[in-house]
Design a protein around this ligand. Structure first.
Ligand SMILES: C[S@@+](CC[C@H](N)C(=O)[O-])C[C@H]1O[C@@H](n2cnc3c(N)ncnc32)[C@H](O)[C@@H]1O
Length: 280
């Protein structure tokens, strides 16, 4: 990219380049500016004519070059925002997605005890568990992942955000949970079919966070079948899943004895989460 002088000039050029790899190039160009200049989005509007220094230009152009290779901005920045939390991210696990905030919203709206015990399976960065914990300080959360790097990352986020009511545990799904029961289990497990053509667009994120056998349903099925043994009577299970898996997940929940089974659409109007209550 040729050197340019003002924020708005750089933004325009970067947006043009980034449109080769991103449908939201305008937002990404702004995020790059905010990251490098350590300013807010509002600042970009009020200082559109502010001149960039050579150092800033070099850092910005380096970011765009890396992004053009396909690397997600979140990994280039080393952090991403989820439900008002700034979370550290790294290639050990998935970058938290805005659509997963729906699962947090739904969990917060459930009729649960004031001091609910909650399990987050496949916590990754800790996104879901930490968002719930911040919003319900009296809840006790357990956040598990079986990838050591993800466990370390979730614990790092927990400590940096100073969130006391989450315990991060390394576990293959329920294996290390040892007969404990929870009022709510939430999970955003791997659910992409290994032959899905969309996977190539996600090549920088680990396959351990993305794919599951049985057309993407193997982990969802395992969690649903095992959950009743780890839920209190009347406890809830809520799961994120693929846009075309809602019907299958509802069927699995019903077969496992859940009632009030229902699905909800995400911000893109796709069926994205399904859950139910363990029959009384
Ligand atoms: C789709 S990512 C979700 C991460 C995070 N919960 C989020 O919503 O951003 C799935 C996570 O499940 C973890 N995982 C995969 N298989 C697992 C297993 N057998 N036991 C526990 N966690 C597992 C992966 O390491 C990954 O962090």
């Amino acid at each position: 990219m040729a050197p340019c002088q003002s924020l708005s000039q750089w933004q325009k050029q970067a947006q043009h380049k980034l449109s080769l790899v991103s449908p939201t190039a305008d937002i990404e160009a702004r995020l790059c500016l905010c990251h490098v200049l350590k300013v807010t989005n509002t600042y970009l509007y009020s200082h559109a004519q502010r001149l960039l220094t050579d150092t800033e230009l070099a850092a910005l152009n380096q970011l765009v070059s890396a992004r053009l290779t396909g690397q997600p901005l979140a990994y280039l920045f080393g952090y991403w925002h989820f439900y008002d939390l700034k979370l550290q991210v790294n290639p050990s696990t998935l970058i938290p997605r805005a659509d997963t905030e729906l699962l947090v919203e739904q969990a917060l709206s459930l009729p649960l005890p004031e001091q609910a015990r909650v399990l987050d399976l496949g916590t990754g960065t800790g996104a879901i568990a930490l968002a719930l914990a911040v919003n319900r300080p009296l809840w006790q959360l357990t956040a598990v992942d079986y990838i050591a790097g993800a466990v370390a990352l979730a614990e790092q986020n927990r400590q940096q955000l100073n969130i006391p009511n989450v315990a991060v545990v390394q576990s293959n799904w329920f294996d290390a949970i040892n007969g404990q029961r929870f009022d709510l289990i939430v999970s955003n497990p791997p659910y992409i079919d290994p032959s899905d053509s969309h996977l190539s667009a996600l090549r920088f994120e680990p396959i351990t966070a993305l794919t599951a056998s049985q057309h993407g349903l193997a982990d969802l099925r395992h969690i649903i079948e095992q959950a009743p043994a780890h839920l209190t009577t009347g406890g809830w299970l809520y799961l994120e899943h693929g846009y075309d898996q809602a019907e299958a997940v509802r069927g699995l929940l019903t077969a496992a004895g859940f009632n009030q089974v229902q699905s909800q659409r995400d911000y893109g109007n796709n069926w994205r989460i399904t859950g139910g209550c363990l029959a009384l």
